[in-house]
Design a binder for this molecule. Structure first.
Ligand code: SAT
Ligand code: MN
Length: 581
């Protein structure tokens, strides 16, 4: 009797007609073999092996360099279940339309069967998925990003319980590109893209879009959040989860190195992009990182912004769409040291210092194993996860939002997350730098109606006897002259210290209409080039500006109609009342 997996692979092969089928075991030998084949075909290029052992460069199609949200669909049987936050297609229509694109798509190609686990191998919170792909680049990337191969097929056995993901690069034409989610069937279909979250289906498609859908059914949270532990000088470690939109510094924050002024503190990385959080028997929220690698933004990464990841990516890393120096080493804007006089840019074209174009694509990335990161927490693979004491919601906002503030309670905290907005970045196609609403940094990743999602957050909070405290942060506030007010990066630890102090009841706070703000003495700025006046600007709550912001929040809530929980409308009204008094 064929297993459910074998049956499904067979069905997909009937549809896509691959020349060969390769079942991935995830071994080192297999990785070497696939790498060699990709070097021969030009899919990968070798980087300087003395300086970057085991590191390669991949160039994706120039029309395929970021997530394409307008080509991403949630195919629930009812349109309302996908919600106004998702593009929707009826499942039958989606299958017909995109099935035609899959038909014969793998002709002359190998289909790789990629079994993977999202989460620590033995955790009860982990999930098995299988991605069928005709891209060897995707297959080897999945080995870095997940627990891939035999561990996963062993865990699956003959069970029918796995997420099915069918992926073909198709002809890479954006007119024939679709990323489809069928949450009711735990099924993913992606065609026409070979890049990032569009193609490595374990990440945004499984762990977030389907993950959030399953989390709602089962009573937990699948979130676009980093997880870190902060060890203080007394040896106590406190765990924090933080949601930021793509390319807003999550990876850097997750691996923060305390500056010399912050002696005795240590930051431990548990995850840098996704958190699966379950209510524990003790009434706390416990988080695991479903991933095993980092798919991080290269530009701007250097020894100052993220020394830990700079060390991580020196071996066994695939760089995508970065530039290469004549020396064969990777290069991107904002790397350490002086830029090279000449390089080959991300499209393979000659580039010089005088060029007016960027050498690396703004969304160029590294794919690297988490276990190589010197800051990984000893708990990062703990099957029970780590207990979360604080949740941060952050975005990129030049004005209005203070450096940090705390919600009055869980419900108010959900309101803070629900009203998040952020300036757009290069992680998705489209204009960069436009403020858009991005509740909980989940707008592109919530696999169902966001009104229901807010209600789910409220419900989860009610079940927690010891819930995390909720905060908003904004490292990106600017002066009227357009200069960042806060130094950011390692110095963000000073803000995290206030968060810890609040969580442990060790410091007071000023009650303002928007939440609890630090007293000026609450943020340690000794040794920083941050004057008392600047700190005042960073923590300023302008009642008039806030009052002007509320109608926009209400208008956004309106979009979700009767799916919008009444509690969040009440929070709107309560805020307005506090702003008037
Ligand atoms: O979705 S990707 O994995 O390509 C990157 C991101 O948006 O965080
Ligand atoms: Mn992300």
């Amino acid at each position: 009797m064929p297993t459910p997996l074998e049956r499904w692979v067979d069905e997909c092969a009937q549809l896509t007609r691959p020349k060969n089928i390769h079942w991935c075991d995830g071994s080192e030998a297999e990785y070497q073999k696939l790498t060699k084949e990709m070097l021969a075909s030009g899919t990968l290029m070798e980087l300087n092996q003395r300086e970057y052992p085991g590191c390669y460069l991949h160039r994706s199609d120039p029309s395929d360099v970021a997530r394409t949200e307008h080509l991403t669909f949630v195919c629930t049987s009812k349109k309302d279940d996908a919600g106004p936050n998702n593009n929707w297609m009826p499942p039958a229509e989606a299958k017909e339309k995109v099935g035609a694109l899959f038909s014969g798509a793998m002709k002359d190609r190998t289909m790789y069967v990629v079994p993977y686990i999202m989460g620590p191998t033995t955790s009860r919170y982990s999930q098995v998925g299988v991605e069928l792909t005709d891209s060897p680049y995707v297959a080897v990337s999945m080995r870095t990003m997940t627990r891939m191969g035999k561990v996963a097929s062993d865990r699956l056995g003959s069970s029918d319980h796995f997420v099915r993901g069918l992926h073909s690069i198709g002809d890479l034409n954006p007119d024939r590109r679709f990323i489809l989610h069928f949450p009711e069937e735990r099924l993913l279909w992606s065609v026409g893209s070979g890049y990032g979250g569009n193609a490595l289906l374990g990440k945004k498609c499984h762990a977030l879009r389907l993950g959030s859908y399953m989390a709602r059914e089962e009573g937990w949270l699948a979130e676009h959040m980093l997880i870190l532990g902060i060890e203080d000088p007394s040896g106590r470690t406190t765990y924090v989860a933080a949601a930021f939109p793509s390319a807003c510094g999550k990876t850097n924050l997750a691996m923060l190195v305390p500056p010399v002024s912050q002696k005795g503190y240590k930051v431990w990385t548990v995850g840098e992009d996704i958190a699966w959080m379950h209510p524990g028997p003790d009434g706390r929220l416990w988080a695991i990182n479903p991933e095993a690698g980092f798919f991080g933004v290269a530009p701007g990464t250097n020894m100052k912004t993220n020394p830990n990841v700079m060390r991580t990516i020196r071996t066994n890393t695939i760089f995508t769409n970065v530039a290469v120096t004549p020396h064969g080493t990777p290069y991107w804007e904002g790397m350490d040291g002086p830029p090279p006089h000449e390089a080959i840019d991300w499209q393979g074209k000659p580039w010089t210092l005088d060029s007016t174009t960027k050498a690396a694509h703004p969304n160029s990335r590294f794919t690297t194993p988490a276990r190589q990161c010197p800051a990984m927490s000893p708990e990062w693979e703990n099957p029970d996860g780590v207990p979360i004491s604080a949740i941060l919601f952050g975005g990129r906002r030049a004005s209005l939002i203070p450096l940090v503030y705390q919600s009055f309670n869980w419900q108010h905290g959900v309101f803070l997350g629900a009203t998040m907005a952020s300036e757009t970045t290069a992680a998705a196609t489209g204009a960069v730098g436009v403020v858009r609403r991005d509740p909980m940094a989940m707008l592109p990743f919530c696999g169902y109606n966001m009104g229901d999602y807010f209600a789910h957050w409220l419900r989860v909070g009610k079940g927690l006897t010891n819930p995390p405290q909720i905060f908003r942060v904004n490292w990106f506030r600017m002066s009227p002259e357009g200069k960042y007010l806060w130094p950011g990066f390692g110095e963000n630890l000073r803000v995290l210290r206030w968060v810890l102090n609040r969580v442990h009841g060790e410091v007071g706070a000023a009650e303002t209409p928007i939440g609890y703000l630090p007293y000026f003495s609450g943020i340690d700025v000794t040794g920083l080039d941050v004057s008392a006046g600047t700190l005042k600007e960073l923590l300023d709550v302008d009642k008039k500006e806030w009052a002007e912001a509320v109608p926009g929040q209400k208008e956004y809530f309106q979009k979700y109609g009767d799916r919008m929980p009444k509690e969040l409308w009440q929070e709107c009204e309560a805020l307005e009342k506090r702003l008037q008094s």
